[in-house]
Design a protein around this ligand. Structure first.
Ligand code: AMP
Ligand code: MG
Length: 490
């Protein structure tokens, strides 16, 4: 069945950088969720895929015409420790398609069976984490944050053994590509410079074609990845997103968010927030993400050194200069997002302090991050009541609002226009943890997908008020907030 118009550049151009492999069929595939909007974007025949025959394809039981399943090799630093071989242990790249806009997109499975990279793992995925990845990716996309996305979720009719037995599932993941910092590290660690060169050329052609004509494409690539990733992490910070497992194998060259394992959005603003049960040192705490960004990009720079300059000392100096710029790139991206969130269209020197003081006020009064910005938009339009209701002690807010109003005097536009602009960047809805847990529990334990469907729908329009969905925008109980933990969910 020709469900996808495959054109597989990774398989074609990069032999030696992957292992051709096969899908492992599952017992009783059932299509639980299909992403029609994404299918349309990809130019797929949705009607054909939403059939029993389509479910066979999306489960990996029937290889679609043109697919060339491969397991990609990659390495990575996991919590700071280098693993020279990770790779697709429970994923397979089927191939690539060109979407409606001509962009090349990977079509990959997650949970499609063991590969040579699986080591002790079963190569499978559990339904809960797969649905979670679906929901998170869609939410990020709707928030305007680059992300891999899910095309489909199939329940396999098999049980996977985790802490507790769970329903197995296969996720179809769509990505700008699956090339990671860890992909470069894999070949750099083996000193396979020819493969490193081919991978670099490939990434330049696929993601940064405009850089190839320059005098120094490799260094320009490093700079461009630094820029995209700095912007991405700044966006995460602006919505309270905590990735949770920012290992170098979970950082893409394309600048898309990838790997929704233990990630979570924070409710009350606290920079020290860590949700992941395995992140005992808080390495990937909310406030550490910008530092980890720089650390991971330094690992990419190291991997690229032999291509940056044949003379090692010179290569190091040139790479170092780029990496030293990451902090500034992040700070600039962060500040420009904060300006927009505070309703500032122009730039003034005092803006950074205004934003930082706002945040430290949210922290000290344990205010909900999402609601604070959303209600600040209402305050810009003249209605301060909701915002005041978030603060136990009104006096610091009062003082801050006076500074903010004075700053707004220097801005163009009417209060109504400002309110409207702020509502476009300060979401009313993010995937709050207690709601994510509720909808996943209904789906996995009661076979009830309706709450999941509803939440996905609400999250697809995060910047609209949606009065009939008000309960999906409310924070959790303090008890839930104190005890919530996430798990990697492999
Ligand atoms: P992740 O935690 O998803 O970033 O995965 C880290 C590494 O573990 C990757 O090489 C995965 O392919 C591998 N892995 C994770 N879960 C499994 C599993 N169930 N079976 C085999 N390999 C796995
Ligand atoms: Mg990963």
């Amino acid at each position: 069945m020709g469900a996808f118009a495959f054109d597989n550049s990774y398989a074609r151009d990069l032999p030696g950088l992957y292992t051709p492999w096969h899908l492992t069929p599952v017992r009783r595939p059932q299509l639980l969720k299909f992403n029609r909007a994404l299918a349309a974007e990809l130019g797929l025949d949705a009607a054909a895929l939403e059939t029993p025959a389509g479910a066979q394809i999306l489960a990996g039981n029937h290889l679609p015409t043109g697919a060339e399943p491969i397991a990609q090799a990659y390495a990575g630093h996991q919590f700071g420790h280098f693993s020279p071989q990770l790779g697709d242990g429970r994923a397979l790249l089927l191939g690539e398609v060109l979407d409606r806009e001509g962009r090349r997109r990977d079509i990959a499975f997650k949970g499609s069976g063991p590969t040579p990279y699986s080591r002790a793992g079963d190569g499978r995925a559990a339904l809960g984490p797969v649905l979670r990845e679906y929901l998170m990716g869609e939410a990020m996309q709707a928030l305007g944050i680059a992300s891999t996305r899910a095309l489909a979720v199939v329940r396999t009719g098999e049980i996977v053994e985790r802490d507790m037995p769970q329903h197995g599932a296969v996720l179809t993941r769509v990505a700008a590509s699956h090339v990671r910092v860890g992909t470069f590290q894999f070949f750099a660690a083996r000193q396979e410079h020819d493969k490193l060169r081919r991978l670099t050329d490939y990434v330049l052609a696929r993601h940064y074609p405009e850089l190839r004509a320059g005098s120094d494409p490799v260094l320009a690539l490093l700079e461009a990845v630094c820029q995209r990733q700095a912007h991405l992490v700044a966006q995460w910070m602006s919505v309270g997103f905590i990735h949770g497992v920012m290992n170098t194998d979970n950082m893409t060259l394309s600048g898309e968010t990838i790997d929704y394992g233990p990630c979570a959005f924070m409710d009350q603003y606290d920079p020290a927030t860590v949700f992941s049960s395995i992140d005992r040192q808080g390495r990937y705490a909310y406030a550490n993400q910008p530092a980890i960004l720089g650390w991971n990009l330094a690992r990419l720079a190291e991997a690229l050194l032999p291509l940056i300059d044949a003379e090692p000392q010179r290569a190091l100096e040139r790479a170092r200069a780029v990496i030293e710029g990451v902090e500034g790139r992040f700070a600039q991206a962060w500040l420009s997002l904060q300006r927009a969130k505070l309703g500032l269209a122009s730039a003034q020197a005092q803006d950074e302090a205004l934003a930082l003081d706002w945040l430290s006020m949210l922290q000290s009064q344990e205010v909900d991050h999402t609601l604070a910005y959303r209600h600040l938009a209402a305050a810009a339009g003249g209605d301060e009541a909701l915002l005041r209701g978030l603060f136990a002690d009104p006096s610091p807010l009062q003082a801050w609002l006076e500074r903010w109003r004075a700053r707004l005097d220097a801005e163009p536009g009417t209060p109504a226009q400002r309110c409207q602009a702020m509502r476009q960047v300060n979401p009313a809805f993010v995937p709050r943890n207690h709601l994510v847990e509720q909808v996943l529990e209904a789906a996995t334990e009661r076979d009830d997908l309706a709450p999941f469907e509803r939440f996905v729908q609400v999250l697809s329009r995060p910047f609209e008020d949606q009065p009939d969905a008000a309960e999906w925008g409310l924070p959790p109980s303090p008890e839930f907030r104190r005890t919530y933990r996430t798990f990697c969910g492999t």
